[in-house]
Ligand binder design. Structure first.
Ligand SMILES: *[C@@H]1O[C@H](CO)[C@@H](O)[C@H](O)[C@H]1NC(C)=O
Ligand SMILES: *[C@@H]1O[C@H](CO)[C@@H](O)[C@H](O)[C@H]1NC(C)=O
Length: 144
């Protein structure tokens, strides 16, 4: 969704009805400001496998973590004014690894996350994101 990220912010306006602000981007998407987001990385591997994870943005390094089976690592943040917040994670299990974005400016992603919780789950065959709308885990990234 680099089109969204790169699009010119035309207008910032404060709504009289609510304390939150909206940014209207050039392509007409309306993105609320100052939402508090929670990102979770879940070890959904079977076979008692540990998941190594390292997540970061350009400003924040969340450190190295070894997740035991069914454990998760999570953090919270608020989107910045310019809507440039991007978090990515490197994850590794014994026979596979991947680097992927877990948070970026994308209304489709925000819908998945129900505007609050982005839950990524590493399973045996790939990486899934919890789709709150359809109440299922949606396949996102194939195991390499
Ligand atoms: C999972 O791993 C732990 C630590 O290595 C071990 O104590 C436990 O017995 C294992 N459980 C299963 C079901 O293999
Ligand atoms: C993350 O772990 C906590 C503590 O075990 C648990 O309460 C919570 O439900 C877990 N969240 C997810 C999304 O797995």
């Amino acid at each position: 969704m680099s089109a969204i990220r790169n699009s010119l912010v035309l207008l910032v306006l404060a709504s009289a009805m609510s304390p939150s602000w909206l940014i209207i981007s050039a392509n007409g998407n309306v993105l609320p400001l100052f939402i508090k987001w929670h990102v979770y990385i879940v070890n959904g591997l079977s076979n008692n496998m540990t998941l190594f994870i390292h997540c970061q943005s350009s400003d924040n390094d969340m450190g190295n973590h070894n997740l035991s089976p069914a454990a998760n690592f999570s953090w919270s943040f608020r989107t910045n004014f310019f809507h440039s917040t991007v978090f990515s994670c490197y994850i590794r299990k014994d026979d596979a690894q991947a680097t992927f974005k877990v948070f970026w400016q994308d209304p489709v992603l925000f819908e998945r996350c129900k505007w609050k919780n982005c839950i990524w789950i590493a399973k045996y065959d790939g990486i899934y994101i919890r789709d709150f709308q359809n109440e299922q885990d949606e396949f996102a990234i194939l195991k390499k």
